[in-house]
Write a protein that binds this ligand. Structure first.
Ligand SMILES: Nc1nc2c(ncn2[C@@H]2O[C@H](COP(=O)(O)OP(=O)(O)O)[C@@H](O)[C@H]2O)c(=O)[nH]1
Ligand SMILES: [Mg+2]
Ligand SMILES: [Zn+2]
Length: 302
């Protein structure tokens, strides 16, 4: 027995796939319902949130060698700015923007440091936020990813190996460049070499982007300064003494730069674990100099 019924065709749904949404970072076309860009793995939510042509988000890079403290610094910075009642205030846009802060603070509050950032871009945390300065009428929209140091290293050594890193750094409006203070104080030159390589790489990214890289502001932050007190006293002098190559490079090539010192913890100890062996753990959280580099950077943005 056959019944005559009207069956509604669902093919109209396919029409939505004909319309491609450009990725905010690499501008590659993506389907409207993609979660991550299929070209560079940046979250497609950034494109949705940045639809208003009047408010275009600025990109801020937090870069440095693996293990320098990027994840811990960024997580703590966002936590402090989103809680403080005076000075710069930050408001996360989108649920994904809270994940970095949440994971860093959860680790620190259980007396651990967060796990190493995976080198696969689809597992990085991105933060899209509004930052409001006390005397500014309009908030500034910023996008800040927590990039893996290994990926940065790979892209600097072999350009075009990490599309997302290249596209992102090309469009960055300002940069937080992190340097491991205790390591440079010990006299190892590897931090100095890496940062100089990175600055050389940035200088070559100029083609096709607005402001020349040398004119963009760069905050150079000595991390883990809780382990070398003299770095807090005068970060500029510390740079001249321990990273002379970087110091000269900045004097010559980056007119808008400043050195800072920051520390997230008040002391560290070692814990013996079954799986990872001896791991460093924070004893207490005692943030110092965390917001100053970021405040300077936001005020120096062109
Ligand atoms: N003493 C001290 N150690 C830190 C601090 N921040 C990070 N560390 C250490 O540096 C390691 C790497 O930090 P992480 O943020 O994961 O580095 P990333 O690879 O640059 O993201 C941590 O596991 C800690 O052992 C800090 O403020 N003070
Ligand atoms: Mg990390
Ligand atoms: Zn993309």
């Amino acid at each position: 027995m056959t019944k005559e019924t009207v069956v509604e065709l669902d093919s109209w749904r396919l029409a939505q796939y004909a319309y491609q949404v450009p990725c905010f970072i690499c501008e590659g076309p993506n389907q409207f319902d993609a979660e991550l860009c299929r070209h560079c793995c940046a979250p497609m939510a950034l494109s949705q949130q940045a639809k208003d042509p009047k408010v275009q988000p600025r990109l801020i890079g937090t870069i440095g060698p693996p293990g320098v403290g990027k994840t811990v610094y960024l997580g703590m910075l966002i936590d402090m700015l989103s809680r403080q009642m005076s000075g710069l205030q930050m408001l996360a846009r989108g649920a994904f923007s809270v994940t970095l802060q949440q994971s860093v603070i959860a680790a620190l509050s259980s007396c651990e440091f967060p796990a190493k950032t995976p080198s696969e871009p689809d597992r990085w945390n991105w933060v899209h936020c509004q930052v409001r300065a006390p005397k500014q009428k309009r908030p500034v929209e910023l996008i800040m990813p927590d990039v893996a140091g290994d990926a940065l290293l790979e892209e600097v050594d072999h350009p075009n190996s990490y599309l997302v890193v290249r596209k992102f750094l090309t469009r960055c409006a300002g940069m937080l460049l992190l340097i491991d203070a205790p390591r440079v104080a010990k006299g190892t030159a590897e931090q100095d070499f890496f940062t100089m390589k990175l600055l050389g790489y940035l200088g070559e990214l100029d083609a096709g982007c607005g402001v020349e890289w040398r004119k963009r502001p760069m905050a150079l932050v000595f991390t883990k300064a809780d382990q070398c007190e003299d770095c807090f006293d005068d970060p500029e002098r510390f740079a001249r003494m321990h990273t002379p190559g970087l110091w000269h490079h900045c004097q010559e090539r980056f007119p808008t730069h400043r050195f800072f010192a920051a520390g997230v913890v008040g002391g560290t100890a070692y814990r013996q674990t079954r799986l990872e062996g001896r791991v460093r753990v924070p004893l207490r959280i005692e943030p110092r100099g965390i917001t100053q580099p970021f405040e300077w950077l936001v005020h120096s943005l062109r």
